[in-house]
Every structure is written in structure tokens, then in C-alpha cells.
Design a protein around this ligand. Sequence first.
Ligand code: ADP
Length: 451
Amino acid sequence: MFNKILIPNRGEIALRIIRACKELGIKTVIAHSSADRDSLPVQYADERICIGPGESLESYLNIPHILSAIEASDADAVHPGYGFLAESIPFVEVCEASHITFIGPTAESIKLMGDKSLARQTVRENRIPILPGSNGILKNVKEAKEAARQIKYPVILKASGGGGGRGMRVVHTESEMESAYLACQQEAKVAFDKSDLYLEKYLERPRHIEVQILGDCFGNYLSLWERDCSLQRRHQKLIEESPSPLINQRFRKKLAKLALKIAKSVHYISAGTIEFLVDGNLSPHFLEMNTRVQVEHPVTELVTNIDIIKEQIRIAEGEKLSIKQKEVSISGVAIECRINAEDSENDFLPSPGKITQYLPPGGPGIRLDTHIHQGYTVPAYYDSLLAKLISYGKNRDEAISRMQRALDEMVIEGIKTTIPFYKKIFSNPLYLKGKYYVGFIETILENENEK
Ligand code: ADP
């Protein structure tokens, strides 16, 4: 059993990990920036260590400072959450070399799956369907044009080290390629310190469906089935649900089988997610693997009744998965809205600042994962996620009506939030029927602007 876990992270995910640790009887140390000094996770953790100023590079991404915090607090494991160092090969390697347990996969698995172009290669060798695309990294614009000509436009250029919906450009014609290539390369260099690009066929109106998996140190694997994350804006997820309203049991099993094959091929340990794009003919194509816990993990927790964070911790402690695949069933429907500090009436502009009034929603079937409270000041340094509002119902209709009620109850004043935007989505007839796709939100916003 771990005695103490250090969490070099912030916001709702830091709080989520602290809560799991408390339930397991494990002490927590939060390694936080000075900008987060007054936050709830810093208050709720058993111990706290400031690792630097607000800028992430000097605090949450500062490996030497985090290692010093681990040593000073005598923590025996580190849970990275998502973002920051969760998929950092140097950080995982240094933890492995220093005999600090990293609660997540090995550096080797992250190497194979963290680079998106290499991951495509790895899964192709395992006969998993991928979208047609370039053979690995593109050398130059000429090669990009040749690859695109072969697979036919539209194509999407992607940074191999990319994430969070950044470092991608859709290219519709050859005349757009050069400028798109250079812009994408530049963005990749700045955001990910690596300008490698690859390209693949761009699918119009696909569904984004991903499979949550767990793997232990003994080669046992479980699929916790799928989440539908097609509701995105600019390739960033906004609403997720489990199960997907699009697929049947047969297709569900097919996706899970593909996901487990991928996880096994890289000897994956811990919680991970395999993302697929599903086209109009219901054919799945591997998109990427996320080698960490994801923001949207609660919808899976609610329908499977499995605590993913606790499972991650138990796996890292060297325990065997205690559940059998046939015991993992889906019961009911769960939907998550990512409530962001953004002005949805004004091109989703970030809206940091002080929360002057806060009334959280509650009642049957509502879970709220958040670090905010009345009087909390949202810092401008980090991403804009304020809260994950999750509804659960015995069926989709009940989950939707609970979400509608909770959105009406929830009050956050002093800053702009995306609550009004979600109210619109939850009254859209096509959304209510489950007939949505990647690009659905952009279509709604364009229609609104035309009116
Ligand atoms: P990231 O690592 O930044 O999350 P992904 O490769 O997972 O990037 O893609 C994020 C989103 O971008 C997908 O969910 C989808 O909406 C869109 N996307 C990515 N590749 C394609 C593609 N080939 N065709 C259509 N949409 C795509």
C-alpha cells in the first residue's frame, strides 16, 4: 500500500485524486503553483508544497522542483492527473530511475503511443484499421502534396507531438497546402517543441468514439466500453456521453476488441483510452491513444460503477485487476458538460476573474467535479475548465432531463461561463435524438450567426 501520493497538478483533477486517496486511506501532498495557493485542492490535501510561480513552465512543468517536492515530502508515488507531466517521457523516466512510482504507464508505452505518427505505425502493424495517410513523418511540403494527391483531398495535417486539439490543419485543395503546412509546423514548434508533421484523410462529419481500458502489471486487461465525444468545438471536446447513442452491442464489442488488442500490443499498464473516428458506414479508424486518465472519465465511472482513479492507484501498487470482463456492464446513461470560463456569446473568449456568486446544482443523478467556490478567482494562467457537470439516468431521456434541470439550477456569476451555450444544445432537437457528429457545434454556431 502507498503511504503518501504527491499530486503535481491543479483544479478539479487534483481534487478528484485527493478524494480517491482519502477513501483509500492514503495521505496526499499537493505540489502547487503560487497562483493556486488559495484553491480547494491545496486546502483539502494533507500536505502542500509550493513548486513555483503561476507560469506552468516554472511550476507544474518544472521537473526538478517536483522531484525536490517528492523527496521533501517522502511521498512514495506520484499521480500526474491529466495535462502537464502526465505524458512526459523524461518525467516518467526519471521517476522510474529514482524508484518513485509513477501512477500511469511505463515510459516505454508512452514512447510508442505518445507520438501520434509512431502510434499509427504501431497499430497498423497489428492490423488495426487506420485512415489512409502519409508513411510516417513528412519531410517537406512536396512530400505532403504527393501524399495528399494519393489519398485525395480533403486531408488533415497533424503535429505528431500534438494534443488538446492543437497543431492540426484541414487542407481542402493543393493550393492551400504550402501555407497550411508552414503554419502547422510553426504552431507545432511553439506548442510542442517539435515540428514533425504527418497527414491523413480528413473525414467529414465523423463520430469520435473512444474506449476506456485498464491494464494491470500481470497482463490482464479490461475494457470499460465506450464514450461518445463527438460534440467538440475546434477539435476540443465539450460534451461526452456513455454509452454512445449511435452504436449497438455488436459494434461496441468490436471497438472494445480493437482497443484491447492495441493496449496489449504495447504491454500497457494503468488506465488508457483508445480513440477512434467512426465514419458514415460505421467503420472505425484508430485516431490516437491517450496514455493517462481523461477529463471525461466520470461518464464511464457512472455507467460501469468502477472508480477509475482508485483502479489506477491499485494497479500501480501492483494489485491484480479484481474484476472480470463479463462483470463490466453498462447500466443507464451518463452525460458530461465541460463548464468553461469562456464567453460563449463572444467567440468563447477566456473569462478569468472572481466568482462573486456560486450555486451548485444537485439532486438525483447529478455529479459535479469542480474546484471552484464562491469568492474563488479563476487564474488566467491555465486552461478554462471550471467544472464538469455530469448527469446520470436510467436511460438517455432521464440523463438529459436531469442535465437540463441542473443547468438551470447552476449559478456562476462574476465571470462568463459556457452554461448558456449548453442550455441551447440541450434544447436542440437533433442533439436530443442523438443525431450529432464532429462539426455539429460549428454548424449550430454558423446558423446562429447567419440569423
Ligand atoms: P488531439 O491529440 O489534439 O486531441 P486527435 O488526433 O485526437 O488530436 O484529434 C482531435 C479531433 O480532431 C478529433 O476528435 C476529430 O474531431 C478531429 N480529427 C482528427 N483527425 C481527423 C480526421 N482525420 N478527420 C476528421 N476529423 C479529425
